[in-house]
Design a protein around this ligand. Structure first.
Ligand code: HAS
Length: 545
């Protein structure tokens, strides 16, 4: 790999791993506070800590890692020109300026609004302007990725695009369309309101625009993990991609169904017609299908590879998997975690059952299994080869072993913490709350044991974070010089050719927009028409004229 390219990709990784450390420390403070045995010193507010935790892990760490990974994948499969690299640096610095602005306002206690920044909680304008810059930077990065693919396609007329480049394109297109929603909310609702140009803010409009973005956001995190599962893990286990077409189809389905489902986060909210909530619940069940296809495809890859190596019996093929290779083990644990994590998601989405779990700490348990285990362990699994690949070093057997210990520590810590969160949630324990005995009620006394368990699990997880950051530092600067492979699997030899319609981007985008218009147009008109008297949907600039 060329040095200037590696420098670009690694810059994203540095921010990601610094975020992991800071965000993880905030998580540790939170579980301590919630155990009831610790109070934050120097008058620091619980919600300030919770905001740093959510913003820095949910938005900063993920976005930087993903964009760095996207660039690495695109550079490897379709190449990057000098000019594209320069624009990519512009994207990086725009994001950094935005991140610093946001971070400073949170640290000064001017933006304790959590990562969802629900109105009417109001932050300092710099918080929203910073977020807008991060989004703009991420768009520029996406435009560079599209340009990279377009240049490649021009040079390879009639050929199908490399699978990983196709996947990056889907993820960036989805991200662009989805983040338009939050960009509108930030630009024409939150910024004018926080600057005092608008007197009011329409809460339901802002929440609807947020969740139009918020659900595809979770697939923006998930799809890079799926890229590794489909196209990289088969190579690591000595196998091949089960089906290139199936992989592409599942990504196309994610593009279609990730966005028109935001209401499943608003099922308890008044002001949205139940029929449209129901329709979006049905669409949510559709977005489960590509994950089930992914599970099927992974089992097929594991089994075919195992049988080819001569392992027999119903589960004999399990034996061939490289359990001692952390590049496999960490993502594999991520896959396992996604079985209960995904099932929990289906429970959340099931309209009536949502009323049992909504706003309870069950939901926090759900997303610590999905994003903080499935996605994070896969990102760690990627880092074990990507970082040394970029820095010209090697993953030594010792670091591999440490990585295995890290994965096990993470699994133990998360099982305890997330398990306790799930159970406490079913007992009615609220999310987004600091410690309270709620006036000594009997119900709240049932929660304390689970909160203690979360503190134990959270402490183990923090040890996992320290280990991971240590391994990252080693791989980035100190591991022996050498060559670490960028593993990309090939298709099965007898694979049917991938149909050419997969390259029909206009069709995919048109269907996506049609589904969004179907799911959102009428409910949005309803929301605006049914807003309480005197409440305008957009106070600025429209409401004033
Ligand atoms: Fe979720 C809330 C529904 C997936 C993240 N979710 C959240 C929040 C976050 C989040 C952060 O419907 C909180 C937001 C907030 O702050 O308020 N979620 C779903 C559904 C899915 C789902 C239906 N969520 C995710 C993923 C996330 C994520 C992925 C992050 C990366 N979620 C909800 C709902 C809420 C929600 C409601 C709102 C709750 C409320 O009331 O507030 C689906 O995508 C899940 C489908 C997944 C599967 C699993 C497939 C399994 C696979 C692994 C195979 C394993 C193998 C290995 C092959 C069906 C692919 C096995 C090998 C062996 C040898 C055994």
């Amino acid at each position: 790999i060329q040095k200037p390219e590696a420098k670009l990709y690694m810059s994203f990784m540095y921010v990601a791993f610094i975020s992991l450390l800071i965000g993880g420390l905030m998580g540790l403070l939170q579980v301590f506070v919630r155990s009831g045995k610790f109070t934050l010193p120097w008058g620091i507010d619980y919600y300030q800590v919770l905001t740093v935790h959510g913003v820095i892990l949910g938005l900063v760490l993920t976005t930087y890692f993903i964009i760095g990974f996207h660039f690495s994948v695109m550079g490897k499969t379709v190449g990057i020109s000098e000019k594209q690299r320069k624009v990519a640096w512009f994207a990086f610095w725009t994001m950094v300026v935005g991140t610093v602005m946001t971070a400073v306002t949170i640290l000064l206690g001017e933006a304790s609004v959590l990562y969802t920044f629900y109105a009417p909680l109001r932050a300092h304008p710099a918080f929203y302007i910073g977020l807008a810059l991060v989004i703009i930077g991420s768009w520029v990065a996406g435009f560079v990725n599209w340009h990279q693919l377009a240049v490649w396609k021009k040079k390879h007329p009639g050929e199908k695009s490399p699978l990983l480049a196709f996947m990056v394109t889907i993820n960036t297109v989805m991200w662009f369309i989805a983040s338009l929603g939050v960009a509108i909310a930030v630009l024409i609702q939150f910024i004018p309101w926080s600057l005092g140009w608008a007197e009011t803010i329409n809460v339901l409009v802002s929440r609807t625009l947020f969740w139009y973005f918020g659900h595809p956001l979770v697939y923006f995190w998930l799809l890079p993990a799926y890229m590794a599962w489909y196209a990289i893990i088969p190579k690591i286990i000595g196998g091949k991609i089960f089906s290139d077409s199936l992989a592409r189809m599942s990504f196309v389905l994610f593009l279609f169904f990730s966005i028109p489902v935001g209401f499943h986060h608003q099922l308890t909210e008044p002001g949205i017609d139940p029929t449209w909530k129901f329709i979006q619940v049905v669409l949510t069940m559709m977005v489960v299908i590509p994950s089930l296809m992914t599970a099927f495809s992974l089992f097929a890859t594991f089994e075919i590879t195992g049988r080819r190596k001569g392992f027999k019996g119903l589960f004999g093929w399990l034996k061939h998997l490289p359990w001692k290779d952390v590049r496999f083990l960490a993502p594999f644990i991520g896959m396992l975690a996604f079985i209960p994590g995904g099932a929990g998601g289906i429970i959340n989405a099931s309209h009536q059952m949502n009323s049992l779990v909504h706003n309870t700490i069950w939901v926090t348990g759900h997303f610590h299994l999905t994003v903080a285990t499935t996605v994070m362990l896969t990102f760690f699994g990627i880092s074990y080869w990507l970082v040394p690949h970029l820095t010209g070093r090697t993953l030594t057997p010792k670091l591999n072993k440490l990585g295995i210990i890290q994965s096990i520590v993470w699994t133990i810590g998360m099982s305890i913490m997330s398990g306790a969160m799930h159970i406490q949630g079913l007992l009615g324990g609220p999310r987004r709350s600091s410690f309270s005995e709620y006036g000594g009620t009997e119900q709240a006394s049932e929660w304390i044991g689970y909160q203690m368990a979360q503190a134990v699990g959270g402490t183990i997880l923090f040890i996992g974070i320290i280990l991971m950051v240590y391994i990252f530092v080693k791989l980035a600067w100190f591991a022996p010089k050498g060559h670490e492979e960028f593993p990309i699997a090939e298709e099965e030899d007898d694979a049917e050719p991938t149909p050419s319609y997969f390259e029909n981007w206009k069709l995919w985008i048109a269907i996506t927009i049609a589904l969004i218009l179907f799911a959102y147009t009428i409910p949005f008109i309803d929301i605006i028409q049914n807003s309480p008297a005197g409440s305008v949907p957009f106070d600025w600039p429209i409401g004033r004229y």
